[in-house]
Design a protein around this ligand. Sequence first.
Ligand code: SF4
Length: 349
Amino acid sequence: MRRVTKEITLGNLKIGGKNPITVQSMTNTDTRDVESTLAQIKRLEEVGCEIIRVAVVDEEAARCIKRIKDAIKIPLIADIHFDYRLAILSMENGADGIRINPGNIGSEDKVRKVIDAAKIHSVAIRIGVNSGSLEKGFREKYGVCAKAMVESALKYMRFFEKERFYNMKFSLKGSDVVTTIEAYREFSTISDYPLHLGVTEAGTLFSGTVKSAVGIGALLAEGIGDTIRVSLTADPVEEVKVGFEILKALGLRDRGAEIISCPTCGRCEIDLMDLVSKVENELAKLDKKVTVAVMGCVVNGPGEAREADYGIAGGRGVGIIFKKGRVLKKVKEEELLEEFLKIIKEEIN
Ligand code: SF4
């Protein structure tokens, strides 16, 4: 059961409540280079990215938000560190949301100015607590641990509520997966604000995908989480793809075909790795729920993939295309992929 959270508004998107769990990414271009940033956001939109965050390093970057916002469809979040004036300038230039760690913004007065601007511009605020940048008081009292992160987030929550600001969500990212899970779990028993899930500095495409799938996946499986970001040292397009795979694996979102493929064995008669990745890429943008099996041999493939809506099995020179385990067609190996994609696209459109 998904935990019920408050519904908040981020641009044209509703977050929390019964709204779908959304996939977010962050550009790794220089925000001041508007052309490159826009080109990256366009690629991210194409693979389904639903919220984009950009780093705001100075006033020029904050002013560039206006031109970026005018050219994109998805809500934009300005990522702010230390300087409250950049938060305000980003909002004045059209940011739909800002992400801050109030602990590094400075005095309560500065945070209050950010809150006032957010009210004026109807902007959502993500309060991001990171184990690496905990306020000194919490660090000294509890050490760097989940408890310290939760107490820190609660302190900000109470302060924002005292200022009558409620359009906010929280993230509590620890330095490792276990601490992160503990922190979110604990916080979600006390607060019903939406939660943004992520494992900070997760790593490369390979290790980061595993860590994020474990951390984000464990929380989602418990019903915790309203938006997610998979942090990877890779093309952000990969972050979005992995994000959707995690949600698809838990039956929380549908996007692109659900691909199943056999692990291959001595009976495999084709280059299955190449075939699977081509099928996956071609069907990544399908918005219908469809399961597609890509199997290594005609002997066991159709039987093992009986539950799939469509399937393909390689053979020596000749492959077969099947639907719900029933053979539709035998096709020459070199024409197999093209014919298979044609059939799927014709049938589901
Ligand atoms: Fe082996 Fe064929 Fe099963 Fe793939 S489908 S694992 S190749 S028996």
